[in-house]
Design a protein around this ligand. Structure first.
Ligand SMILES: NC(=O)c1ccc[n+]([C@@H]2O[C@H](COP(=O)([O-])OP(=O)(O)OC[C@H]3O[C@@H](n4cnc5c(N)ncnc54)[C@H](OP(=O)(O)O)[C@@H]3O)[C@@H](O)[C@H]2O)c1
Length: 282
């Protein structure tokens, strides 16, 4: 039987990059909202049962603290209610893996257990915002319903446009800004290796963020520094980042997916180099 991937939310910020990462993969279905409104539960169920995908990637969501505070009903619907329907439908397709994206915001400001220096995936959650609360409900719905699932908890994402756009960003409480292309490529390559049986990865929650911790202010300072230095001096050297509280652990995903996750500074440098090359038409 042909293995099919169903990508939901392929027109969104993350979804577009996931679709690009699948460019050469056969059998990827990516219905737009006009073709499949995921809040129509009956249509969603019918579509999934008709197509029988072996993997469903859910990049639909109401994203961001302020957006969710101003429209709590939409947040509840897209981050929680719809996710439960999706998990129920995925369970009805034999062998189907449900891939979902969540947020590190679910930890709130809960401290890791006594003496622990890192937040790992077993740390208790304590979401504060409507965004984080509804995302956690979605995570729990999947974990209790779908037999095979991967939930990636992400930090805030950036791309070339969001590097320079002056827009208000939600504060970062844990992790560091992460390039959206990196997340998409890591997930798509990881899934390909699982499908080829190069990797065997257990269902569960995985942190997926550039290594280290940084707030936006530190991040944007580093953007300016790297851009200046790459013009004047060649290879920039990142300043040491001083953080106090416990840090994010990405050990679980590194071990399970045989990855080495770069620091946010080194990932930013790669991203800037690639953006500069693309802008210069190289
Ligand atoms: N962006 C980040 O920094 C970030 C950080 C952590 C976690 N995440 C998580 O990553 C996921 C994707 O985030 P994102 O930033 O890519 O969100 P986004 O840009 O807002 O994209 C949302 C996607 O969902 C689709 N959608 C919304 N309502 C729909 C409906 N009723 N039927 C069908 N499709 C619908 C949108 O389609 P239209 O194009 O038609 O609107 C769009 O493709 C979310 O679960 C989010 O919580 C994102």
């Amino acid at each position: 039987m042909t293995r099919k991937t169903l990508l939901l939310g392929s027109t969104g910020f993350l979804g577009r990059e996931l679709l690009a990462a699948f460019a050469h993969a056969p059998h990827v279905l990516a219905p737009t909202r006009d073709e499949l409104d995921v809040t129509d539960s009956a249509a969603l169920r019918e579509y999934i049962l008709a197509e029988q995908p072996s993997t469903i990637i859910n990049a639909v969501g109401a994203c961001g603290v302020s957006k969710c505070e101003s429209n709590p009903e939409l947040a509840q619907q897209l981050n929680s209610g719809y996710v439960q329907v999706l998990a129920d439908a995925a369970r009805m397709v034999a062998g189907c893996t449900l891939v979902h994206f969540s947020t590190l915001e679910v930890y709130g400001d809960v401290k890791p257990q006594h003496g622990q220096a890192y937040y790992n995936e077993d740390c208790p959650t304590s979401p504060h915002s409507i965004y984080a609360k509804t995302k956690l409900q979605g995570d729990l719905a999947i974990a209790s319903t779908a037999p095979h699932y991967l939930i990636f908890r992400l930090s805030s994402l950036y791309d070339a446009y969001r590097l320079f756009a002056v827009e208000e960003r939600d504060p970062i409480s844990l992790g560091a800004p992460t390039a959206v292309q990196y997340v998409a490529n890591t997930v798509v390559r990881g899934l390909a290796r699982i499908e080829r049986r190069v990797l065997k990865v257990h269902s569960g929650v995985y942190h997926l963020s550039a290594k280290g911790d940084s707030d936006w202010q530190t991040f944007y300072r580093e953007v300016s520094l790297q851009r200046q230095k790459s013009r004047i001096l060649g290879t920039p050297e990142s300043p040491a980042l001083v953080t106090t509280g416990p840090k994010l652990s990405v050990e679980k995903i590194e071990n399970a997916f045989c990855l080495f996750i770069p620091s946010w500074q080194s990932q930013l440098k790669t991203h800037l180099t690639q953006s500069d090359l693309a802008a210069n038409g190289d």
